[in-house]
Design a protein around this ligand. Structure first.
Ligand SMILES: Cc1ncc(COP(=O)(O)O)c(C=O)c1O
Length: 387
């Protein structure tokens, strides 16, 4: 597939405005709901399929494990990256005929039972620490393994999502590579892939070429490596009209590295890039308040449904869908109904004067939204609706 569709981040092209009537109909039946647009996911897959340097795309299913989303991606020949036995089992329940060879299992600080389980189950496992090779070498004897290394620098939209560098718990650091080679040898394991994931929500494409070069350098220490898995982390613009991730620049840089190391397949394992823009959290205005110079709009859900603003200071566009055509004349904070001051979805946002029951869209919530939700305060986790 080579035809590229533009990435939908401008107000003219964004699906939740073109499908506004459907969303308003759903909102008439539901106080809150996550709504997913499958066509947006198809378009994201199509863009990644256009990358000439990438041989295989795996979906990091931690981002969104809705059954319809998983089935769609499986049907589009996207493979899967899972971080727990629970994810693998859920995936296989939802897509029972999925071949296990389409799954990569990348646990972190997991108990030894998880490694035994992956061996018995026949799933490709990734080690991201020396400890399993030091403490349980017998689990890996004769096994094909991937190694997750720390490429040295972490990237991402917040310090909590930078997954490389000394302050991150992930990956085997470069200074341990000699010891790693010897432990692999002693265990009798067969290293077939080298993996790195530098972080999440990385807006610039510049780091991927460097990561690939670093992985190729490390791969040279293991004779049977066939794959360099470059991880996920591809960002999507937070704001309407924001600059899309420059896939072509990444492809070009990776193509140059690949020309130097033609023996390796290059894999990507995005989560957010595939699903973030496909989801919105729909809710309603519950109450209004003016306090000093502040105006608050309260909505019918909170940080229990979407924790990203509280956890990462993440920015999500928030739109009054009922009054989308009215001028945004008020500056407001949009807050949830949870008993925490941090339960704030947006600060100093421009909105039209809103009223109780207006329908509110919190955009780009298809990734790390519903999957991170809870019933804190015993509030419902919003249902998921796929359109
Ligand atoms: C190993 C690994 N791969 C891929 C991803 C997906 O990241 P993103 O959703 O930013 O693409 C993650 C996210 O944490 C991860 O830990």
């Amino acid at each position: 597939m080579t035809q590229q569709e533009p990435q939908s981040s401008s107000a003219e092209s964004v699906w939740w405005l073109s499908r506004r009537t459907e969303l308003l109909e759903i909102a008439a039946r539901q106080l809150n709901a996550y709504v997913y647009d499958l066509q947006t996911i198809r378009q994201s897959v199509q863009r990644l399929r256009g990358l000439r340097s990438i041989d295989r795309v795996l979906y990091a299913m931690k981002a969104n494990f809705n059954p319809d989303v998983l089935r769609l991606l499986a049907s589009l020949d996207v493979d899967f990256e899972c971080v727990s036995p629970g994810e693998v089992e859920h995936l296989l329940r939802v897509v029972p005929d999925l071949e296990k060879t389409r799954i990569l299992f990348t646990p972190n600080f997991a108990p030894r039972e998880d490694y035994q389980w992956s061996k018995d189950f026949g799933i490709q496992v990734t080690l991201d620490n020396l400890y399993p090779l030091q403490a349980w070498p017998e689990y890996f004897s004769g096994q094909k393994i991937f190694l997750r290394v720390d490429p040295g620098a972490g990237y991402g939209h917040h310090k909590h999502v930078k997954t490389a560098g000394n302050h991150s718990k992930f990956g085997i650091p470069r200074f341990e590579i000699d010891e790693l080679v010897s432990l692999v040898d002693k265990a009798g394991a067969d290293v077939v892939g080298i993996h790195a994931h530098s972080g999440s929500g990385i807006p610039e494409s510049g780091s991927w070429g460097n990561v690939a070069t670093e992985l190729a350098r490390i791969a040279a220490r293991f004779p049977n490596v066939a794959v360099l898995d470059l991880g996920g982390g591809l960002g999507v613009p937070d704001r309407l009209g924001g600059t899309p991730f420059d896939l072509q620049a990444m492809d070009q840089a990776l193509g140059e590295v690949k020309a130097q190391f033609p023996a390796y397949q290059f894999w990507l394992e995005p989560g957010r890039y595939l699903v973030a823009e496909a989801g919105v959290l729909l809710t309603h205005v519950t109450q209004l308040k003016g306090k000093g110079d502040r105006r608050y709009i309260g909505v019918g859900t909170g940080m229990n449904a979407l924790i990203r603003p509280a956890l990462y200071d993440a920015f999500h566009e928030i739109v009054n869908l009922t009054r989308y055509d009215e001028p945004a004349t008020e500056t407001v904070n949009i807050v949830g109904l949870i008993c925490e001051t941090g339960d704030t979805f947006g600060v100093d946002r421009k909105m039209p004067p809103s009223r109780e029951n207006d329908v509110i869209v919190i955009a780009n919530t298809g990734a790390y939204g519903r999957v991170m939700s809870s019933q804190y305060n015993l509030r419902e986790t919003p249902p998921e609706i796929v359109i």
